[in-house]
Design a protein around this ligand. Structure first.
Ligand SMILES: [Zn+2]
Length: 235
């Protein structure tokens, strides 16, 4: 039997607003058979409540699949449908990033507590050896790390300065914490962050490769493309 896309209707199906990040990319889109689905979007049949796992492009392609807004209104405009899916993905990515951070925090919790005690004792002038430079840096990292989890505001994207983010990603790797780099963003509000990023780009280091996917297109153009043009001109 030849299935003609044109004749199948999906108006009984609606997007459930659930998206799962599948790090193993094992699933396929149940509408088009596309393999290696990383972001799994769930659609549900209105009467038999069946679920299907599909890719976002299929939800957009089959425009009769229903998408509701947050307040339950039907979205029919093509552009708005696309935006609704994108917004939903960003929300889920943010949640995924937070859960990776929390997982790492859990692994590191005891170590963080020990370091805190040590520094508290040292600050209280107890007779203990002066913390080494490495211990200081580690302590600073953990303090930043803790506050980054605590201070994440509702609905705000997670953005961190470049060096801090490379440290976090390396720690994810060390401890086998799964994470989605696209869920993290790079903050370049301070001059030192901009200088750090330039340094990473210039060295072309593996550290830069780690955080490269997190750059916005504008950041990528300014700090990677344009800055490499400058160095060619200078040479
Ligand atoms: Zn598909």
């Amino acid at each position: 039997m030849v299935i003609d896309d044109e004749k199948i209707t999906y108006s009984d199906w609606s997007f459930t607003n659930e998206i799962e990040i599948d790090y193993s990319k094992k699933d396929i889109c149940q509408l088009c058979g596309h393999k290696g689905l990383k972001y799994k979007y769930y659609i549900r049949h209105k009467t038999n409540r069946d679920l299907m796992i599909v890719g976002s492009s299929c939800i957009l392609k089959f425009s009769d699949i229903i998408i509701y807004s947050k307040d339950g209104k039907l979205i029919s405009d093509e552009k708005l449908r696309e935006k609704a899916l994108k917004d939903s993905l960003n929300e889920h990515l943010r949640e995924a990033a937070l859960s990776s951070l929390r997982e790492l925090y859990k692994i590191k919790e005891l170590e963080i507590r020990h370091l805190k005690d040590y520094f508290t004792d040292y600050d209280n002038r107890l007779n203990i050896p002066r913390p080494s430079q490495g211990e200081r840096e580690e302590y600073q990292f953990f303090k930043d790390f803790e506050s980054s989890i605590i201070s994440t505001k509702e609905n705000k994207k997670l953005s961190f300065e470049p060096l801090f983010l490379t440290q976090v990603f390396k720690a994810f790797h060390t401890h086998g914490v799964l994470y989605e780099s696209l869920a993290f963003h790079i903050s370049l509000r301070t001059l030192s962050a901009q200088i750090d990023l330039k340094g990473l780009v210039k060295n072309g280091s593996s550290d830069f490769e780690l955080i490269k996917p997190c750059l916005s297109p504008t950041q990528y153009k300014k700090y990677v493309i344009d800055s490499s043009c400058h160095s060619i001109i200078r040479n």
